[in-house]
Write a protein that binds this ligand. Structure first.
Ligand code: EPZ
Length: 418
Protein backbone atom coordinates (compact mmCIF):
# COMPACT_ATOMS: atom_id res chain seq x y z
CA UNK A 1 0.00 0.00 0.00
CA UNK A 2 1.54 3.30 -1.08
CA UNK A 3 2.00 5.80 1.69
CA UNK A 4 3.60 9.18 2.21
CA UNK A 5 6.21 9.62 4.95
CA UNK A 6 6.51 13.21 6.16
CA UNK A 7 9.18 14.55 8.54
CA UNK A 8 8.25 17.71 10.38
CA UNK A 9 10.19 20.77 11.40
CA UNK A 10 11.51 22.27 8.17
CA UNK A 11 10.76 25.87 7.12
CA UNK A 12 9.80 26.40 3.47
CA UNK A 13 11.40 28.67 0.90
CA UNK A 14 11.60 29.13 -2.87
CA UNK A 15 9.02 29.03 -5.64
CA UNK A 16 6.30 26.61 -6.73
CA UNK A 17 4.13 26.69 -9.86
CA UNK A 18 0.43 25.97 -9.46
CA UNK A 19 -1.19 23.61 -11.99
CA UNK A 20 -4.42 23.99 -13.96
CA UNK A 21 -7.56 23.72 -11.84
CA UNK A 22 -8.85 20.15 -11.47
CA UNK A 23 -12.41 21.40 -10.98
CA UNK A 24 -12.25 23.42 -14.20
CA UNK A 25 -10.41 20.81 -16.30
CA UNK A 26 -13.01 18.11 -15.55
CA UNK A 27 -16.16 19.98 -16.74
CA UNK A 28 -14.22 21.39 -19.71
CA UNK A 29 -13.15 17.90 -20.80
CA UNK A 30 -16.83 16.90 -20.64
CA UNK A 31 -17.90 20.03 -22.53
CA UNK A 32 -15.47 19.21 -25.36
CA UNK A 33 -17.84 16.30 -26.11
CA UNK A 34 -20.42 18.80 -27.38
CA UNK A 35 -18.10 19.98 -30.17
CA UNK A 36 -18.18 18.59 -33.70
CA UNK A 37 -14.40 18.89 -34.03
CA UNK A 38 -11.42 18.25 -31.72
CA UNK A 39 -10.41 20.46 -28.80
CA UNK A 40 -6.94 20.80 -27.28
CA UNK A 41 -6.85 21.55 -23.56
CA UNK A 42 -3.39 22.85 -22.72
CA UNK A 43 -1.12 21.99 -19.77
CA UNK A 44 -3.51 19.49 -18.21
CA UNK A 45 -2.18 17.95 -14.96
CA UNK A 46 -2.02 14.15 -15.04
CA UNK A 47 -4.34 13.79 -12.06
CA UNK A 48 -6.03 10.44 -11.50
CA UNK A 49 -9.42 12.13 -11.87
CA UNK A 50 -8.37 13.52 -15.27
CA UNK A 51 -7.18 10.08 -16.41
CA UNK A 52 -10.47 8.55 -15.18
CA UNK A 53 -12.59 11.03 -17.14
CA UNK A 54 -10.43 10.47 -20.24
CA UNK A 55 -11.22 6.75 -19.81
CA UNK A 56 -14.94 7.53 -19.70
CA UNK A 57 -14.68 9.53 -22.94
CA UNK A 58 -12.83 6.71 -24.69
CA UNK A 59 -15.63 4.42 -23.53
CA UNK A 60 -17.99 6.67 -25.50
CA UNK A 61 -15.83 6.34 -28.61
CA UNK A 62 -14.34 9.80 -28.13
CA UNK A 63 -10.59 10.31 -28.59
CA UNK A 64 -8.93 11.49 -25.37
CA UNK A 65 -5.15 11.31 -25.52
CA UNK A 66 -2.28 13.36 -24.14
CA UNK A 67 0.06 15.02 -26.63
CA UNK A 68 2.84 16.21 -24.32
CA UNK A 69 1.11 18.18 -21.58
CA UNK A 70 -1.91 18.89 -23.75
CA UNK A 71 -5.04 16.73 -23.74
CA UNK A 72 -6.61 16.26 -27.18
CA UNK A 73 -10.35 15.48 -27.17
CA UNK A 74 -11.71 14.22 -30.52
CA UNK A 75 -15.54 13.93 -30.35
CA UNK A 76 -16.10 13.46 -34.09
CA UNK A 77 -17.61 10.04 -33.70
CA UNK A 78 -19.49 9.14 -30.53
CA UNK A 79 -20.22 5.41 -30.58
CA UNK A 80 -21.90 5.08 -27.20
CA UNK A 81 -23.98 7.22 -24.85
CA UNK A 82 -23.50 5.01 -21.81
CA UNK A 83 -21.04 5.59 -18.96
CA UNK A 84 -20.84 2.35 -16.98
CA UNK A 85 -20.54 1.95 -13.23
CA UNK A 86 -16.93 0.83 -13.19
CA UNK A 87 -15.96 4.29 -14.43
CA UNK A 88 -18.51 6.45 -12.66
CA UNK A 89 -17.87 4.82 -9.27
CA UNK A 90 -14.22 5.92 -9.50
CA UNK A 91 -15.20 9.53 -9.90
CA UNK A 92 -18.66 11.06 -9.54
CA UNK A 93 -17.66 13.95 -11.81
CA UNK A 94 -18.06 11.41 -14.64
CA UNK A 95 -21.73 12.36 -14.34
CA UNK A 96 -20.79 15.62 -16.07
CA UNK A 97 -20.87 13.82 -19.43
CA UNK A 98 -24.68 13.57 -19.19
CA UNK A 99 -25.33 17.21 -20.12
CA UNK A 100 -23.23 17.30 -23.31
CA UNK A 101 -24.35 13.81 -24.39
CA UNK A 102 -28.01 14.77 -23.93
CA UNK A 103 -27.45 17.99 -25.87
CA UNK A 104 -25.60 16.38 -28.72
CA UNK A 105 -27.10 12.87 -29.01
CA UNK A 106 -30.48 13.31 -27.33
CA UNK A 107 -29.84 10.35 -25.04
CA UNK A 108 -27.53 9.28 -22.22
CA UNK A 109 -27.39 6.52 -19.65
CA UNK A 110 -25.03 7.10 -16.74
CA UNK A 111 -24.44 4.89 -13.73
CA UNK A 112 -25.51 6.54 -10.48
CA UNK A 113 -22.43 8.26 -9.04
CA UNK A 114 -23.32 7.38 -5.48
CA UNK A 115 -22.01 9.04 -2.38
CA UNK A 116 -18.53 9.32 -0.96
CA UNK A 117 -16.86 10.02 2.39
CA UNK A 118 -17.98 13.64 2.53
CA UNK A 119 -21.64 13.13 1.82
CA UNK A 120 -24.44 11.43 -0.09
CA UNK A 121 -23.73 13.63 -3.15
CA UNK A 122 -27.25 13.55 -4.73
CA UNK A 123 -27.90 14.57 -8.34
CA UNK A 124 -31.52 15.73 -8.00
CA UNK A 125 -30.69 19.29 -9.10
CA UNK A 126 -28.95 18.02 -12.23
CA UNK A 127 -32.03 15.95 -13.16
CA UNK A 128 -34.46 18.80 -12.35
CA UNK A 129 -32.57 20.96 -14.86
CA UNK A 130 -32.56 18.29 -17.57
CA UNK A 131 -36.33 17.76 -17.15
CA UNK A 132 -36.96 21.50 -17.37
CA UNK A 133 -35.05 21.47 -20.67
CA UNK A 134 -37.41 18.78 -22.00
CA UNK A 135 -35.62 15.54 -21.19
CA UNK A 136 -37.46 12.46 -19.94
CA UNK A 137 -35.62 10.97 -16.94
CA UNK A 138 -35.80 7.22 -16.32
CA UNK A 139 -34.53 5.91 -12.97
CA UNK A 140 -33.04 2.49 -13.58
CA UNK A 141 -31.40 0.07 -11.16
CA UNK A 142 -28.10 1.80 -10.48
CA UNK A 143 -28.29 4.12 -13.46
CA UNK A 144 -30.07 7.18 -14.75
CA UNK A 145 -31.28 7.49 -18.35
CA UNK A 146 -32.17 10.81 -19.95
CA UNK A 147 -33.95 11.00 -23.29
CA UNK A 148 -34.72 13.99 -25.49
CA UNK A 149 -35.55 12.42 -28.84
CA UNK A 150 -36.98 15.72 -30.11
CA UNK A 151 -34.06 17.71 -28.76
CA UNK A 152 -33.94 20.06 -25.78
CA UNK A 153 -35.69 23.42 -25.50
CA UNK A 154 -34.85 26.53 -23.46
CA UNK A 155 -36.31 26.87 -19.96
CA UNK A 156 -36.34 29.00 -16.81
CA UNK A 157 -34.59 27.03 -14.06
CA UNK A 158 -34.09 27.94 -10.40
CA UNK A 159 -31.54 25.92 -8.42
CA UNK A 160 -32.60 25.31 -4.80
CA UNK A 161 -28.89 25.16 -3.96
CA UNK A 162 -26.06 26.68 -6.05
CA UNK A 163 -24.67 23.26 -6.91
CA UNK A 164 -21.42 23.45 -8.91
CA UNK A 165 -21.99 20.19 -10.80
CA UNK A 166 -25.66 20.85 -11.49
CA UNK A 167 -24.84 24.34 -12.80
CA UNK A 168 -22.18 22.88 -15.11
CA UNK A 169 -24.35 20.00 -16.36
CA UNK A 170 -27.32 22.28 -17.06
CA UNK A 171 -25.17 24.82 -18.93
CA UNK A 172 -23.66 22.03 -21.06
CA UNK A 173 -27.15 20.75 -21.92
CA UNK A 174 -28.66 24.19 -22.60
CA UNK A 175 -25.97 25.47 -25.01
CA UNK A 176 -27.39 23.28 -27.81
CA UNK A 177 -31.06 23.54 -26.74
CA UNK A 178 -33.60 25.26 -28.97
CA UNK A 179 -34.20 28.72 -27.51
CA UNK A 180 -33.37 30.74 -24.40
CA UNK A 181 -32.52 29.36 -20.95
CA UNK A 182 -32.34 31.38 -17.73
CA UNK A 183 -30.56 29.67 -14.82
CA UNK A 184 -31.16 31.36 -11.46
CA UNK A 185 -29.22 30.81 -8.22
CA UNK A 186 -26.40 29.02 -10.06
CA UNK A 187 -22.98 28.31 -8.60
CA UNK A 188 -20.69 31.34 -9.08
CA UNK A 189 -17.32 29.61 -8.71
CA UNK A 190 -14.45 30.70 -11.02
CA UNK A 191 -14.59 27.22 -12.57
CA UNK A 192 -18.13 28.01 -13.83
CA UNK A 193 -16.80 31.14 -15.56
CA UNK A 194 -13.96 29.12 -17.11
CA UNK A 195 -16.43 26.52 -18.43
CA UNK A 196 -18.59 29.29 -19.92
CA UNK A 197 -15.53 30.89 -21.54
CA UNK A 198 -14.54 27.54 -23.06
CA UNK A 199 -18.07 26.95 -24.41
CA UNK A 200 -18.32 30.50 -25.78
CA UNK A 201 -14.98 30.00 -27.57
CA UNK A 202 -16.62 26.91 -29.13
CA UNK A 203 -19.48 29.12 -30.41
CA UNK A 204 -21.94 28.91 -27.51
CA UNK A 205 -23.80 31.94 -26.13
CA UNK A 206 -23.52 31.86 -22.33
CA UNK A 207 -23.84 35.15 -20.46
CA UNK A 208 -23.65 35.98 -16.77
CA UNK A 209 -21.44 33.13 -15.56
CA UNK A 210 -20.12 34.11 -12.12
CA UNK A 211 -23.28 36.05 -11.26
CA UNK A 212 -26.61 34.96 -9.75
CA UNK A 213 -28.29 34.64 -13.16
CA UNK A 214 -26.91 32.86 -16.22
CA UNK A 215 -28.58 33.35 -19.63
CA UNK A 216 -27.97 30.88 -22.46
CA UNK A 217 -29.06 31.22 -26.11
CA UNK A 218 -29.04 27.78 -27.75
CA UNK A 219 -26.95 27.43 -30.92
CA UNK A 220 -26.88 24.76 -33.62
CA UNK A 221 -23.31 23.53 -33.57
CA UNK A 222 -20.18 23.90 -31.44
CA UNK A 223 -16.65 23.48 -32.77
CA UNK A 224 -13.52 22.39 -30.96
CA UNK A 225 -10.99 24.97 -29.75
CA UNK A 226 -7.62 25.22 -28.03
CA UNK A 227 -7.93 26.33 -24.43
CA UNK A 228 -5.83 27.00 -21.32
CA UNK A 229 -7.65 26.39 -18.03
CA UNK A 230 -7.46 28.71 -14.99
CA UNK A 231 -5.01 27.87 -12.17
CA UNK A 232 -6.13 25.68 -9.28
CA UNK A 233 -7.18 27.99 -6.43
CA UNK A 234 -7.46 25.03 -4.03
CA UNK A 235 -3.99 23.72 -4.82
CA UNK A 236 -2.70 27.29 -4.34
CA UNK A 237 -4.56 27.63 -1.05
CA UNK A 238 -3.11 24.35 0.15
CA UNK A 239 0.48 25.54 -0.45
CA UNK A 240 -0.31 28.88 1.21
CA UNK A 241 -1.43 26.97 4.32
CA UNK A 242 1.73 24.85 4.13
CA UNK A 243 3.86 28.01 4.37
CA UNK A 244 1.63 29.40 7.13
CA UNK A 245 2.17 26.26 9.22
CA UNK A 246 5.82 25.43 8.49
CA UNK A 247 7.00 29.05 8.40
CA UNK A 248 9.22 30.64 5.75
CA UNK A 249 8.66 32.50 2.51
CA UNK A 250 7.44 31.00 -0.78
CA UNK A 251 6.30 32.51 -4.08
CA UNK A 252 3.42 30.70 -5.80
CA UNK A 253 3.37 31.29 -9.57
CA UNK A 254 0.46 30.75 -11.99
CA UNK A 255 -2.07 32.05 -9.43
CA UNK A 256 -5.04 34.41 -9.96
CA UNK A 257 -5.19 36.37 -6.65
CA UNK A 258 -8.80 37.41 -7.32
CA UNK A 259 -9.81 33.75 -7.01
CA UNK A 260 -8.10 33.47 -3.64
CA UNK A 261 -9.84 36.33 -1.78
CA UNK A 262 -11.64 34.41 1.01
CA UNK A 263 -8.56 32.24 1.67
CA UNK A 264 -6.11 35.16 1.52
CA UNK A 265 -8.30 37.23 3.84
CA UNK A 266 -8.42 34.45 6.45
CA UNK A 267 -4.67 33.80 6.21
CA UNK A 268 -4.00 37.48 6.87
CA UNK A 269 -6.30 37.28 9.92
CA UNK A 270 -4.23 34.32 11.14
CA UNK A 271 -1.07 36.46 10.89
CA UNK A 272 0.37 35.38 7.54
CA UNK A 273 1.75 37.96 5.08
CA UNK A 274 0.38 37.61 1.53
CA UNK A 275 1.73 39.95 -1.19
CA UNK A 276 -0.29 39.74 -4.41
CA UNK A 277 0.95 40.34 -7.96
CA UNK A 278 -0.81 39.89 -11.31
CA UNK A 279 -0.23 36.14 -11.62
CA UNK A 280 1.55 35.17 -8.42
CA UNK A 281 1.52 35.58 -4.64
CA UNK A 282 4.36 35.76 -2.10
CA UNK A 283 3.44 34.09 1.19
CA UNK A 284 5.45 34.68 4.38
CA UNK A 285 4.94 33.31 7.88
CA UNK A 286 7.27 33.96 10.78
CA UNK A 287 5.20 33.95 13.92
CA UNK A 288 2.74 31.91 16.01
CA UNK A 289 -0.57 31.75 14.17
CA UNK A 290 -3.74 33.27 15.62
CA UNK A 291 -7.08 31.50 16.02
CA UNK A 292 -9.87 32.51 13.60
CA UNK A 293 -13.41 31.40 12.82
CA UNK A 294 -14.30 30.04 9.37
CA UNK A 295 -17.62 29.11 7.82
CA UNK A 296 -17.65 27.34 4.46
CA UNK A 297 -20.07 28.72 1.86
CA UNK A 298 -20.63 28.59 -1.89
CA UNK A 299 -18.36 31.01 -3.79
CA UNK A 300 -17.51 33.80 -3.10
CA UNK A 301 -17.64 32.49 0.48
CA UNK A 302 -14.86 30.48 2.12
CA UNK A 303 -14.37 27.30 0.04
CA UNK A 304 -15.33 23.95 1.56
CA UNK A 305 -12.33 22.46 -0.29
CA UNK A 306 -10.03 24.45 2.01
CA UNK A 307 -11.75 23.50 5.28
CA UNK A 308 -9.63 20.47 6.18
CA UNK A 309 -6.36 22.27 5.44
CA UNK A 310 -7.40 25.23 7.60
CA UNK A 311 -8.41 22.90 10.44
CA UNK A 312 -4.92 21.39 10.40
CA UNK A 313 -3.44 24.90 10.59
CA UNK A 314 -5.79 26.05 13.38
CA UNK A 315 -4.84 22.95 15.39
CA UNK A 316 -1.51 24.70 16.13
CA UNK A 317 -2.77 28.28 16.29
CA UNK A 318 -2.94 30.09 19.63
CA UNK A 319 -6.50 30.19 20.91
CA UNK A 320 -9.84 28.60 20.08
CA UNK A 321 -11.13 28.56 16.48
CA UNK A 322 -14.55 27.64 15.15
CA UNK A 323 -14.87 25.74 11.84
CA UNK A 324 -18.40 25.52 10.42
CA UNK A 325 -19.06 23.29 7.38
CA UNK A 326 -22.29 24.27 5.62
CA UNK A 327 -21.79 22.75 2.14
CA UNK A 328 -21.35 19.01 2.82
CA UNK A 329 -23.05 17.04 5.57
CA UNK A 330 -20.07 14.92 6.55
CA UNK A 331 -16.85 16.75 5.86
CA UNK A 332 -15.24 16.32 9.30
CA UNK A 333 -13.71 12.89 8.65
CA UNK A 334 -10.26 14.42 9.14
CA UNK A 335 -11.00 15.37 12.78
CA UNK A 336 -10.29 11.87 14.12
CA UNK A 337 -7.08 11.77 12.08
CA UNK A 338 -5.92 15.17 13.34
CA UNK A 339 -6.59 14.00 16.91
CA UNK A 340 -3.98 11.25 16.35
CA UNK A 341 -1.39 14.05 16.06
CA UNK A 342 -2.57 15.44 19.42
CA UNK A 343 -4.95 18.06 18.02
CA UNK A 344 -7.72 19.11 20.43
CA UNK A 345 -11.00 19.35 18.50
CA UNK A 346 -14.62 19.18 19.69
CA UNK A 347 -17.30 18.53 17.06
CA UNK A 348 -20.92 19.59 17.66
CA UNK A 349 -23.00 18.93 14.55
CA UNK A 350 -21.58 20.99 11.69
CA UNK A 351 -19.30 23.06 13.93
CA UNK A 352 -15.85 22.00 15.08
CA UNK A 353 -14.17 23.89 17.92
CA UNK A 354 -10.40 23.73 17.53
CA UNK A 355 -8.35 24.34 20.70
CA UNK A 356 -4.87 25.25 19.44
CA UNK A 357 -1.99 23.25 20.93
CA UNK A 358 1.73 24.08 21.00
CA UNK A 359 3.01 20.91 19.35
CA UNK A 360 1.76 18.03 17.25
CA UNK A 361 3.39 14.60 17.36
CA UNK A 362 4.00 12.59 14.19
CA UNK A 363 1.39 9.85 13.73
CA UNK A 364 0.15 7.05 11.43
CA UNK A 365 -2.94 8.51 9.74
CA UNK A 366 -5.07 8.02 6.64
CA UNK A 367 -6.44 10.27 3.92
CA UNK A 368 -10.23 10.05 4.23
CA UNK A 369 -10.80 12.21 1.15
CA UNK A 370 -8.77 14.33 -1.22
CA UNK A 371 -8.51 17.51 0.85
CA UNK A 372 -8.32 15.68 4.19
CA UNK A 373 -5.33 13.83 2.76
CA UNK A 374 -3.63 17.13 2.01
CA UNK A 375 -4.41 18.25 5.56
CA UNK A 376 -2.62 15.17 6.92
CA UNK A 377 0.52 16.08 4.95
CA UNK A 378 0.37 19.65 6.24
CA UNK A 379 0.04 18.46 9.85
CA UNK A 380 2.96 16.08 9.30
CA UNK A 381 5.10 18.99 8.11
CA UNK A 382 4.88 20.66 11.53
CA UNK A 383 4.61 17.58 13.78
CA UNK A 384 7.56 16.31 15.82
CA UNK A 385 9.09 13.26 14.17
CA UNK A 386 7.68 11.21 11.30
CA UNK A 387 4.13 10.94 10.00
CA UNK A 388 2.83 8.19 7.72
CA UNK A 389 -0.20 8.97 5.53
CA UNK A 390 -2.11 5.95 4.12
CA UNK A 391 -4.75 5.84 1.33
CA UNK A 392 -2.60 8.19 -0.74
CA UNK A 393 -4.74 7.46 -3.81
CA UNK A 394 -7.16 10.09 -2.54
CA UNK A 395 -4.40 12.70 -2.73
CA UNK A 396 -3.27 11.58 -6.18
CA UNK A 397 -6.80 12.24 -7.49
CA UNK A 398 -6.40 15.98 -7.12
CA UNK A 399 -2.83 17.12 -6.41
CA UNK A 400 -0.34 17.28 -9.28
CA UNK A 401 3.16 16.13 -8.14
CA UNK A 402 2.55 17.07 -4.48
CA UNK A 403 5.70 15.30 -3.19
CA UNK A 404 7.94 16.84 -5.86
CA UNK A 405 6.55 20.35 -5.32
CA UNK A 406 6.78 20.22 -1.52
CA UNK A 407 10.34 18.86 -1.60
CA UNK A 408 11.35 21.60 -3.99
CA UNK A 409 10.42 24.26 -1.39
CA UNK A 410 12.08 22.42 1.51
CA UNK A 411 9.49 19.92 2.68
CA UNK A 412 10.73 16.50 3.82
CA UNK A 413 8.28 14.04 2.27
CA UNK A 414 8.68 10.78 0.37
CA UNK A 415 6.41 8.18 -1.21
CA UNK A 416 6.95 4.53 -0.18
CA UNK A 417 5.28 1.18 -0.82
CA UNK A 418 3.86 -0.41 -3.98
C1 EPZ B 1 -17.81 20.30 -6.79
O1 EPZ B 1 -18.47 19.12 -6.38
C2 EPZ B 1 -16.33 20.03 -6.61
N1 EPZ B 1 -15.93 18.93 -7.49
C3 EPZ B 1 -16.03 19.70 -5.16
O2 EPZ B 1 -14.62 19.54 -5.03
C4 EPZ B 1 -16.46 20.88 -4.29
O3 EPZ B 1 -16.26 20.56 -2.93
C5 EPZ B 1 -17.95 21.18 -4.54
O4 EPZ B 1 -18.17 21.41 -5.94
C6 EPZ B 1 -18.42 22.41 -3.77
O5 EPZ B 1 -17.65 23.51 -4.11
C7 EPZ B 1 -15.74 19.17 -8.81
O6 EPZ B 1 -15.91 20.28 -9.28
C8 EPZ B 1 -15.31 18.00 -9.64
P1 EPZ B 1 -22.06 20.53 -5.39
P2 EPZ B 1 -20.07 18.94 -6.65
O7 EPZ B 1 -22.97 19.93 -6.41
O8 EPZ B 1 -20.42 19.55 -7.95
C9 EPZ B 1 -25.70 19.21 -2.72
C10 EPZ B 1 -12.64 18.51 -4.40
O9 EPZ B 1 -12.14 18.28 -3.30
N2 EPZ B 1 -26.33 18.81 -3.99
O10 EPZ B 1 -21.84 22.00 -5.41
O11 EPZ B 1 -20.41 17.53 -6.42
C11 EPZ B 1 -24.58 18.24 -2.33
O12 EPZ B 1 -25.11 17.15 -1.61
C12 EPZ B 1 -14.11 18.26 -4.61
O13 EPZ B 1 -12.00 18.98 -5.39
C13 EPZ B 1 -27.68 18.43 -3.99
O14 EPZ B 1 -28.33 18.43 -2.94
O15 EPZ B 1 -20.65 19.83 -5.46
C14 EPZ B 1 -23.68 19.08 -1.47
O16 EPZ B 1 -24.17 19.08 -0.13
C15 EPZ B 1 -14.79 17.72 -3.38
N3 EPZ B 1 -28.25 18.03 -5.15
C16 EPZ B 1 -23.84 20.50 -2.06
O17 EPZ B 1 -25.01 20.46 -2.89
C17 EPZ B 1 -27.57 18.01 -6.34
O18 EPZ B 1 -28.16 17.65 -7.39
C18 EPZ B 1 -22.66 20.94 -2.90
O19 EPZ B 1 -22.55 20.03 -3.96
C19 EPZ B 1 -26.21 18.39 -6.33
C20 EPZ B 1 -25.61 18.79 -5.15
Amino acid sequence: MTKLVVTGGRELSGEVRISAAKNAVLPIIAAALAGRTPSVIEEVPRLVDVLTLADVLRQLGVGAEFAGDNLVIDPQKITSCEAPYEHVRRMRASFLVMGPLLAREGWARIALPGGCAIGSRPIDLHLKGFEALGAEIIHGHGFIEARARNGLHGANIYLDFPSVGATENIIMAAVLADGHTVLENPAQEPEIIDLANFLNNMGAKVRGAGTDTIRIEGVGVLKGVNYTVIPDRVEAGTYMVAVAMAGGEVRLTNVLPEHMKPVTAKLREVGVTVAEDIDNVLVKSDRRLLAVDIKTLPYPGFPTDMQAQFMAMLSVASGVSSVQETVFENRFMHVDELRKFGASILVEGRVAKVFGVNRLAGARVKATDLRAGAAMVLAGMVADGETEVDYVHHIDRGYDRLVEKLCRIGGQIRRTGG
